[in-house]
Design a binder for this molecule. Structure first.
Ligand code: NDP
Ligand code: MG
Length: 390
């Protein structure tokens, strides 16, 4: 039996992962499940999968979790130390599906145990790509992409000569506002931004899709995971969300990866890798689909893409600055403190204020330096948001 743990089990990716694992209970022994505030879901899944331990990231959720697990024999735990402890428990395969920079440490701890880390938490790579790769390499851990575009790139590269790759194209749906005017986008509410035309995802990534910050993070993720240069990575808007990525080779050929807009494909691929096995997703009928369309992203509407390229060129800890500023700006938008388009303004201003700090581009990357940078960028972003409001 394979030992598996799921961090972010109560979220959209976590629930899709549980759906796959619960279909084959004899194949998996569930070690740890982690969640945040949705304690009822966490406890229900821990009971269903007979997990060894269920952990909530928040101390104040402990009593509810303990009560919900009473009589089950499943350990209940809460808080940062308990999250670390759960990530250190030996497991063969670990899903990293916490949202935000909070997902970095559990992923690193799992890699330190030599686990295979199925990485949905793209923020880990944006904040600390070099550290994540180094931790995997030094401890015999394996990193597998779960983001649909990156799973697609990974799959399209199997058996190919990396040196023959000219370019990588990742697709973007365009999110909720792909056909909105800039004036409409300026007045958009969090509720409007949190609806996605094709994918059912958590609230934060859905809003990041509408602003293209999600795609901006994914451009950096492509660079960090596969080592392609910034100028080799392209983004095209593809409203149907059926082609997830394409690899262009030196002979002019292009390998495209297609699949339904269902994250269980990419999760299932990572779960079964290096083999392929049945995954219960819809089979595409190309004759029903009829047409696939593509267009260039408009960088005046989506400054996030330009900012991501500047961050990659700067390197070092600027990815951690970018991600933390983006997370804080998103909180500002969700709290109705800034408008939708002001999220990019905040991030650009934070990057400008911190880019002159030589420590951010030269220092060796450690978990401590990443977390310190993350905090500094969040504080700077708060200041910028306050300045915008007054
Ligand atoms: P959700 O918001 O649906 O779920 C987030 C999970 O993280 C929940 O389990 C939540 O707990 C937990 N969580 C929230 N805050 C914290 C915290 N501070 N510490 C520990 N745990 C926390 O997100 P998604 O599933 O949509 O996304 C998860 C990750 O996967 C993100 O990095 C996202 O970018 C990536 N991803 C998602 C895709 C998707 O289709 N959803 C596609 C590709 C990548 P609770 O809800 O109990 O509070
Ligand atoms: Mg994606």
């Amino acid at each position: 039996m394979r030992k598996v743990s799921i961090f972010g089990a109560t979220g959209s990716i976590g629930q899709s992962t549980i759906d796959l694992i619960a279909r084959d209970p004899d194949a998996y022994q569930v070690v740890a499940l982690s969640g945040g505030r949705n304690v009822a879901q966490l406890a229900a899944d821990a009971r269903r999968l007979n997990a060894q331990v269920a952990v909530t990231a928040f101390d104040d959720c402990y009593d509810d979790l303990k009560a919900a697990l009473a009589g089950s024999g499943i350990e209940a735990a809460a808080g940062a130390g308990a999250m670390d402890g759960a990530a250190k428990r030996p497991a063969d395969w670990v899903m990293s599906a916490i949202v935000g920079a909070a997902g970095l440490k559990p992923g690193l701890l799992a890699l330190e145990q030599g686990a295979t880390l199925a990485l949905a938490n793209k923020e880990s790579l944006v904040c600390a790509g070099e550290l994540v790769r180094r931790t995997a390499a030094q401890n015999g851990g394996t990193l597998l992409p779960v983001d649909s575009e990156h799973s697609a790139v990974f799959q399209a590269l199997i058996g190919e000569d990396r040196a023959a790759v000219e370019r990588v194209i990742i697709t973007a749906s365009g999110g909720a506002f792909r056909d909105w005017s800039l004036d409409q986008m300026a007045a958009a509410t969090p509720e409007q931004a949190a609806t996605h035309p094709n994918w059912a995802m958590g609230q934060r990534i859905t809003i990041d899709s509408a602003s293209m910050f999600n795609k901006a993070l994914e451009v950096i993720e492509t660079h960090e995971l596969f080592g392609f240069r910034e100028d080799q990575i392209e983004v095209v808007v593809h409203p149907e969300s059926l082609v997830h990525a394409l690899i262009g080779f030196s002979d002019g050929g292009i390998m495209a990866h297609l699949g339904p807009a269902d994250m269980r494909h990419a999760i299932g691929f990572a779960l079964h890798w290096p083999e392929r096995d049945h995954v219960p997703v819809e089979r595409l009928d190309l004759t029903q689909i009829g047409a696939l369309t593509f267009r260039a992203p408009d960088e005046t509407r989506y400054p996030a893409l330009r900012l991501a390229r500047e961050v990659m060129q700067a390197g070092g800890l600027m990815g951690a600055v970018f991600n933390a500023a983006k997370e804080t700006a998103l909180d500002g938008f969700l709290g109705h403190r800034i408008g939708f388009l002001q999220m990019a303004e905040v991030v650009e201003e934070v990057l400008a204020r911190l880019s002159s700090d030589p420590c951010l581009t030269n220092d060796t990357m450690t978990l401590e330096s990443v977390l310190e940078t993350d905090q500094m960028a969040r504080q700077t972003a708060e200041t910028v948001i306050n300045d915008l409001q007054t």
